[in-house]
Design a protein around this ligand. Sequence first.
Ligand SMILES: [Zn+2]
Length: 80
Amino acid sequence: MQEFYFSIKDNGIKCSACSKQDKGAIKISDVCYTSLLYIYSADAKKLFSFDIPIDAIKELSLIAKVYTDEKLEREYKVEL
Ligand SMILES: [Zn+2]
């Protein structure tokens, strides 16, 4: 079975071969993978109208948190 990873560095999903060059890539479950594909392609109005198990919600939340923490620090930091 194919495994998928989320790359913080490259902002998206990678296969297991590509993730080997990317130490920060996080392994994701099938449900998480499908949810991310849906989020990428869904209409803004329907973006959050999908049902997934609580474990997958926790997994998605964790990835979103790690991702935004990293990106906010690096790319949108406000200099005072
Ligand atoms: Zn690949």
